[in-house]
Design a binder for this molecule. Structure first.
Ligand code: SF4
Length: 396
């Protein structure tokens, strides 16, 4: 209720009316998730006046998510550089002369140590990235990674990997080991993709995503802005994932951080308004998906980040050491989130992730039994504690 006192006519009049803060049921009911979006429909959303777009996206976000929750994910590079692919934005390709030095697959214990530290600092998802085309001929390396997945999953964390192309059998083994999600970005539209990568096709990427989905693993797949693509390509990327049989569980939106020595080193940064438009459009078209504000977040001041959260972004990378570009440290993110009334999402809080976990009984003896009732439990804030500074992040 609010009251207005008018005294200009001699005696005060008290006007009282109810503010329309509660929408009708019809207005608040979440619309059905659609898989039949057309490109013109998405383009129209993308091109709508920016504040209208953000407002609409914020409403969709509130119908489908707790807007106070942000997923905190920590990324670790477990095998750096020396990759045979030619992704023109990537410092880890062996085809370009960049500051990134190639290394072998790291040992298991430092990975587990990093995961423990991430958990202590409030991250609920731990993602391990390896720079290579695929797992062919890497039997021992793959066994090692399966071991890492089992151990990190046993800590009660969501586990994600990004290991290049996967076969259905490898996806099955990762699922069996307890993998929660697999990252494999489409990067951009089908039309623009050949201008960015020539060593594997768009359909190769879609095949890996299908193998991951068919294995019951959550798909994390998004793109990069600032590759030289047009708005049509940004719309084309969102359209491509919207027409998958299941929308990706998570959609990373990266802003290119140009890296010296790569073909895209001279690219102009993507305008902030384009980043915001892409996030808001993705939120509307992919209402249940986690929208991940990924690489390039460092270039945004706090207010710009908050606007992205308003427009539906609800995941970030945070931590100490990521892949090849800067990342925000836990202590800074903790302070920022407190200022904006945000808190960390619990592990397995996202309904679709929890549903897929329900099919995996492999780790029941570990502490993650706490997650099986996650979608129904009262939300508990994830503690975020301070720690040291952070430096490197990734395109994910
Ligand atoms: S993005 Fe991945 S696949 Fe492409 S060059 Fe970099 S490490 Fe290799």
């Amino acid at each position: 209720m609010f009251r207005i006192t008018l005294s200009s006519i001699g005696r005060p009049i008290r006007l009282t009316r109810a503010l329309a803060t509660h929408a009708t049921e019809a207005q608040t009911a979440a619309p059905k998730t659609r898989h039949d979006w057309t490109k013109p429909e998405i383009q129209k959303i993308f091109e709508s006046p920016l504040l209208d777009l953000v407002f609409r996206a914020a409403a969709v976000h509130r119908q489908n998510h707790d807007p106070s929750k942000i997923q905190l994910c920590t990324l670790m590079n477990i095998k750096t550089g020396g990759c045979t692919e030619d992704c023109s934005y990537c410092s880890q390709s062996s085809r370009y002369s960049t500051p990134t030095k190639a290394s072998r697959l790291v040992d298991i214990e430092p990975v587990l140590e990093a995961a423990r530290k991430a958990k202590e600092n409030g991250s609920t998802r731990f993602c391990m990235g390896a720079a290579w085309r695929d797992m062919a001929g890497r039997k021992r390396g793959f066994e090692k990674i399966l071991h890492m997945v089992r151990e990190v999953r046993g800590m009660g964390m969501e586990v994600c990997t990004t290991l290049g192309m996967l076969s259905p059998e490898q996806a099955r083994q990762l699922k069996e080991a307890g993998l929660t999600a697999y990252n494999h970005n489409l990067d951009t539209s089908r039309e623009f993709y050949p201008k960015v990568i020539t060593t594997r096709s768009y359909d190769d990427r879609l095949d890996t995503i299908s193998a991951v989905r068919d294995a019951g693993i959550s798909v994390c797949s998004g793109g990069i802005l600032g590759l030289g693509e047009s708005d049509e390509d940004r719309v084309g990327l969102i359209w491509e994932v919207s027409s998958m049989p299941e929308h990706p569980e998570s959609f990373p939106v990266n802003a290119l951080v140009p890296i010296e020595g790569t073909p895209l080193e001279g690219n102009d940064p993507v305008p902030y308004q384009t980043l915001l438009r892409t996030i808001a459009t993705a939120r509307i078209v992919l209402p249940k998906t986690i929208i991940r504000l990924a690489a390039g977040r460092q270039t945004l001041d706090e207010s710009k980040q908050a606007m992205c959260f308003m427009a539906g972004a609800n995941a970030v990378f945070t931590g100490e050491q990521m892949l090849t570009t800067p990342c925000s440290p836990w202590d800074e993110d903790k302070a920022m989130m407190e200022r904006w009334g945000l808190e960390g999402m619990r592990s397995f809080e996202q309904v679709d992730v929890a549903r897929k976990e329900g099919g995996c009984r492999h780790h029941e003896h570990h502490e993650h039994h706490e997650h099986h009732d996650a979608p129904h439990a009262e939300p508990r804030p994830t503690p975020i504690t301070s720690t040291s500074s952070a430096q490197q992040a990734a395109l994910l």
